[in-house]
Design a protein around this ligand. Structure first.
Ligand SMILES: NC(=O)c1ccc[n+]([C@@H]2O[C@H](COP(=O)([O-])OP(=O)(O)OC[C@H]3O[C@@H](n4cnc5c(N)ncnc54)[C@H](OP(=O)(O)O)[C@@H]3O)[C@@H](O)[C@H]2O)c1
Length: 432
């Protein structure tokens, strides 16, 4: 069976797709019976349209819409990136009866509520294994392999840039800025790293995972997000002393009342937990399931071949459906605003907290702080000071018993307004 493909994007992932299609072409043809033919490629700049593995006969264009509208194409692979530009040509491809495979979580988190129903309307696939966790087969695992389970909750390390920075700080004692510079030099972080280090990239993926786990649309714009900018070496060392690692986690749970909570924030993960050992650019998704029990999927969350591997998995799965002529009903027809999940706001969630205060070296400072915490009903588990610092900035560390996020938020408004508190208090949550 011949399957005619348009490849939009010839950067890291697009080149990986070309390489894997080339490397496995005999296996795909002889063992599976598929001949994948690249009939069109697209990039922003004409000079990007050169690659030794692009067939000589392929259309080379800088206009993605022309490929979306080309009637000879069966499948459009979108590995260009961006949010609004791909929305128009992906919509057009679906409307023109093409299946679409994308690696673009930002596109789906922002415009999935238009695109998935559109795919369903036209009975076409919109597959996205590569969009969450790069090479980790988490979408198919949730959609198919764990279909006989309830997902009781999940926690994920889903942004390689942040995990690399936190690992460098922990293992080599690098300050945040130095670890970020290293990540940029090695190509793990963008020149403008905001999207990664402020947690937005992770949030997009977490919203997709939460939606998938509970079969309802989880709107990322309504979720709580904190990045890793505020984490410093004092936090890393204190976490170490306590037997924890700091990880940027996406945390998803369903409460007794059926409401879903999903958020991204830096967390203290016990060193004895498997997630604490997921280091560097690796990603991981830890699932608590009703049948299988706990399950950890970990591996390369980004990179040319890992990400392309997931695109190819979607392509072959789609080809098998096309071959039988019985395409399964399009997934995620339910991913719409009409089917929005009922969400539990972070303020209502309870956890144990780690607080790092920056205070003046004066008597009575800590009693003022603990007094405020006490008035807000926050019970303190431990309190330590590090007196070796300068008199204008003495760090104090407070660990709380389980308490509501709203109480901490409210108390810290007053604590941070104290004259003796010299900087915004750093808040981390324990994850168990
Ligand atoms: N890189 C990873 O490890 C990874 C992992 C998981 C998911 N993803 C996702 O995969 C997608 C691609 O990432 P990437 O790292 O391969 O990006 P990249 O290296 O920056 O490559 C993007 C490619 O798309 C082209 N392009 C961008 N906007 C376009 C547009 N509007 N029309 C036509 N072509 C356009 C670019 O053209 P020019 O070459 O002319 O600039 C370039 O060839 C993104 O959505 C990303 O989030 C990437």
């Amino acid at each position: 069976m011949d399957i005619r493909i348009a490849l939009i994007g010839l950067g890291t992932v697009g080149q990986g797709v070309l390489e894997l299609l080339h490397r496995h072409r005999d296996f795909f043809a002889q063992s599976l019976g598929f001949r994948f033919e690249i009939v069109g490629v697209c990039a922003r700049r004409a000079e990007s349209l050169q690659h030794a593995l692009i067939p000589a006969t392929a259309i080379r264009t800088t206009d993605p819409l022309s490929l979306a509208q080309n009637p000879s194409i069966d499948v459009l692979i979108e590995v260009a990136g961006g949010e609004d530009a791909p929305r128009s040509f992906v919509s057009e491809a679906l409307a023109q009866g093409k299946h679409v495979i994308t690696a673009n979580k930002a596109l789906l988190a922002k415009h999935g509520t238009d695109l998935f129903p559109l795919a369903a309307k036209h009975q076409r696939a919109l597959s996205f294994e590569a969009a969450v966790g790069g090479g980790i087969p988490i979408i198919r695992t949730l959609e198919e392999s764990l279909i006989g389970n309830e997902i009781e909750g999940l926690a994920c390390i889903i942004n390689g840039t942040c995990n690399y920075i936190l690992t460098e700080m922990t293992q080599h004692g690098l300050a945040f800025e130095a670890a970020l510079s290293d990540a940029q030099r090695l190509g793990y972080a963008e020149a403008d790293p905001t999207f990664d280090i402020d947690g937005w990239d992770a949030l997009h993926k977490v919203s997709l995972l939460a939606s998938l786990a509970y079969g309802r649309f989880v709107d990322y714009t309504r979720l709580h997000v904190e990045g890793i900018r505020g984490v410093n070496l004092l936090d890393i060392r204190m976490a170490e002393e306590l037997g924890y690692s700091i990880k940027l986690l996406g945390v998803v749970n369903q409460g007794q009342d059926g409401r879903i909570s999903a958020a991204v924030y830096p967390s203290l993960v016990a060193k004895t937990h498997q997630l604490a050992a997921v280091n560097g650019v690796l990603n991981a998704v830890y699932l608590k399931t009703s049948g299988v029990g706990p399950l950890l999927l970990t591996g390369a969350g980004a990179g040319k071949l890992p990400t392309a591997s997931s695109v190819i998995a979607d392509l072959v799965a789609l080809a098998k459906q096309m071959q039988t002529g019985h395409a399964k009903p399009p997934s995620f027809a339910w991913f719409s605003r009409d089917n929005a999940a009922s969400l539990c706001p972070i303020d209502e969630l309870e956890t144990e907290f780690y607080l790092r205060l920056s205070t003046l070296d004066k008597p009575g400072v800590l009693s003022k702080v603990t007094g405020i915490l006490g008035e807000d009903g926050i019970s303190i588990r431990a309190l330590t000071q590090k007196p070796e610092h300068d008199a204008d900035n003495v760090p104090a560390f407070i660990l709380t018993h389980t308490t509501q996020n709203a109480r901490i938020r409210k108390a810290l408004l007053r604590v941070d307004a104290l004259e003796v508190v010299t900087a915004k208090t750093q808040v981390l949550r324990f994850w168990r």
